[in-house]
Ligand binder design. Structure first.
Ligand code: ASP
Ligand code: MG
Length: 408
């Protein structure tokens, strides 16, 4: 008999009817004799509503602890409801909040990290053939206070629990059939991938794919947890996220997927003095505020002031701009400006390691459609281009064709 961790997202538990559907789905596995731990998100939209209320009540900085106490209640509702539905169907079920499930985190409210999981209570319940329903997105810190793991954090809860319990499979049930070669909403010829490597998925998550919280993928990779992303609304097999070596087929194509993101802003500091330490100063200020920077461009000509351009996520823009203005004054740069109408398209594939010409293919495909590239960044397994936002859908489609990903 196997042990499954099944995580259901907000749309799968949006009302009692859907929760009943989840119960049926869980029972299908349970009735085969397997053990099942279910991890749930809040009902779709619930976390947003709670965050809005929190914002109305107090500033984030003054109320970090209470905000976590509030926003974690979305998951408290869904786990209790699912356990009730399962019980009324005649099955043994028990809901557990993060702290009851032994999920220990650090103290970083709103963005806590799981440090360890004391699985004794879950294991005892499983032994008595309970279906254990754990609240995602939350844990408890060393002070004994409730913490939350950041938006989309219940994916990470599920993977961490699967790892701690040494589960045979972590199934992530969502409202799409799996992971696609591009966003099917804008690329009709996108195909579902049968499998993808942890590294590719890490890139996809960080470059705009909205399907798995990036930390869940990092966790899965680190502890080698097999993850199956699939739909709770169909029986179809989804996409397996696994280590590279599990699937030799994966390396045949140079590019596995095209990802895009509109949530980017480009910031330029004009006339930065050409002296050692300038970039260090600018980016340490950003790092201090936990703002991650993706692309950076600097062109220097010896002795002259230079322009320094970088991108940040829309979410971090206000803070980044504020900090940028401060730095401009401090280092005596000329000016600061920004552009919100940009987007990023990325081609991702571990096959790139073995295939040359991928970059040329990307640039030529974009050029053919007269799409100007504003910034470029690359790593061993991805190439990203910043372009004008209005071209992003077109860019995704042409790159999808250019790398032979189109469904016949
Ligand atoms: N409910 C939380 C959120 O919306 C966590 C999750 O759904 O994964 O971010
Ligand atoms: Mg999610």
């Amino acid at each position: 008999m196997a042990l499954f961790v099944q995580k259901y997202g907000g749309t799968s538990v949006a009302d009692i009817q859907r929760i009943t559907h989840v119960a049926e789905r869980v029972l299908k596995t349970y009735k085969q004799g397997h053990d099942v731990v279910v991890v749930l998100s809040a009902m779709a939209g619930d976390t947003d509503k709670l965050l809005d209320m929190a914002r109305e009540a107090a500033t984030w900085r003054s109320a970090k602890r209470e905000r976590d106490a509030l926003v974690s209640t979305g998951e408290q509702k869904t786990v209790a409801l699912l356990a009730m539905v399962l019980a009324s169907m005649g099955y043994k079920a028990c809901s557990l909040l993060g702290f009851q499930a032994g999920i220990q985190t650090d103290g970083d409210h709103g963005n806590a990290r799981i440090m360890s999981i004391d699985t004794r209570r879950i294991e005892a319940l499983l032994k008595e053939r309970n279906i254990v329903v754990v609240a995602g997105f939350q844990g408890i810190n060393p002070e004994g206070d409730i913490t939350t793991l950041g938006r989309g954090g219940s994916d990470t809860s599920a993977v961490a629990i699967a790892s701690a319990l040494n589960a045979d499979m972590c199934e992530i049930y969502t409202d799409v059939n799996g992971i696609y070669t591009a966003d099917p909403n804008i690329c009709r010829r996108a195909k579902k991938l049968s499998s993808i490597s942890y590294d590719e998925m890490l890139n996809m998550s960080s470059l705009g794919a909205k399907i798995l919280q990036i930390r869940s993928v990092a966790f899965a990779k680190k502890y080698n947890v097999p993850v199956h992303v699939r739909s709770s609304f169909s029986e179809e097999e989804g996409t397996m996220v696994v280590s590279e070596s599990t699937n030799p087929e994966m390396e045949k194509l140079s590019v596995s997927a095209i990802t895009h993101s509109r949530d980017e802003v480009r910031i330029t500091l004009e006339g930065v003095p050409d002296e050692p330490g300038m970039a260090g100063k600018i980016f340490s200020e950003l790092a201090d505020k936990s703002i991650s920077v993706d692309m950076i461009i600097q062109n220097t000509r010896a002795g002259e002031a230079t322009d320094l351009t970088f991108t940040v996520s829309t979410e971090n823009f206000d803070q980044a701009l504020e900090m940028g203005k401060k730095v401009v004054r401090e280092i005596n740069a000329k000016d600061i400006f920004y552009d919100k109408n940009i987007a990023k398209v990325s081609v991702i594939g571990i096959g790139m390691k073995e295939n040359s010409g991928v970059a040329a293919n990307v640039f030529n495909a974009l050029a053919k459609e007269n799409i100007n590239i504003l910034m470029i960044s690359t790593s061993e397994i991805r190439i990203s281009c910043v372009i004008e936002e209005k071209y992003v859908e077109l860019a995704v489609r042409i790159l999808h064709s250019a790398f032979d990903l189109d469904e016949e």
